[in-house]
Design a protein around this ligand. Structure first.
Ligand SMILES: [Fe+2]
Length: 225
């Protein structure tokens, strides 16, 4: 927490992990195939944390308490993506919708009018979650094919890291997509165990949202800083 404080103000969503600021990331028995941090035996697809929300964290930290040599955390920085100009142009237009992920429960409204890439070419931001993202207009084949291009570019830019006990991984959630390889937990108390903390790096934005430690998902704001 002391390290994460250097990146901004710690916060969470009230419907995530019961609003706990420090979250245990541990595989859950019976949820092996879940596309959440409780899953294990299937590939946790590429995503940024809470892509549906403009309140998503700017950074998150993963502190490894117990590792698993077969569980790789995988990253792709947006600036490393090699994309055709035409696809990049489409991805920078607000032609997509994002549904809230199931970790937030039976929740709210999809967020529409979302661009996947924003910012400059040299330092782009990415809002990417293929499990929950679709073209806002189902007939928009151009948006669909640009998204497919992006998925391939993300795969090509992937870098893996297997967390060891004591590692603290800090991820820029605005500029880096991440995923996790499948692994086989034993559910005997010795499985992979990470602690996760999310932060908002803008003190003014944190204050505008009430400086709350646990904010409501769906209380959408603009992507202003
Ligand atoms: Fe994640």
């Amino acid at each position: 927490m002391a390290v994460m404080n250097m990146f901004g103000e710690p916060f969470t969503f009230s419907d995530l992990y019961d609003g706990r600021l420090v979250q245990d990331v541990v595989a859950a028995q019976g949820k092996e195939s879940a596309q959440t941090s409780e899953g294990s035996d299937s590939f946790l697809e590429w995503h940024v944390e809470d892509a549906f929300s403009s309140d998503r964290c700017d950074y998150f930290g993963l502190l490894c308490l117990r590792g698993d040599p077969t569980a790789a955390t995988i990253f792709a920085p947006a600036r490393a993506l090699v994309l055709p100009d035409e696809a990049r142009k489409v991805l920078m237009q607000p032609r997509y919708a994002v549904l809230p992920d199931i970790a937030h429960g039976e929740n709210p409204e999809p967020r529409t009018g979302v661009a996947v890439l924003t910012g400059t070419r040299e330092a782009p931001e990415i809002r990417f979650d293929p499990v929950y993202m679709v073209p806002a207009d189902p007939a928009d084949d151009e948006a669909k094919s640009a998204f497919q291009c992006l998925t391939e570019a993300v795969d090509a830019a992937a870098v893996s890291h297997v967390l060891q006990p004591g590692d603290l991984l800090v991820v820029d959630n605005r500029r880096v997509a991440h995923a996790r390889s499948p692994f086989r937990p034993r559910f005997d108390g010795s499985d992979r165990w990470l602690l996760r903390v999310m932060v908002c790096s803008s003190l003014p934005r944190h204050r505008r949202r009430g400086a709350l430690r646990a904010i409501r998902s769906g209380a959408a704001d603009d992507d202003d800083r």
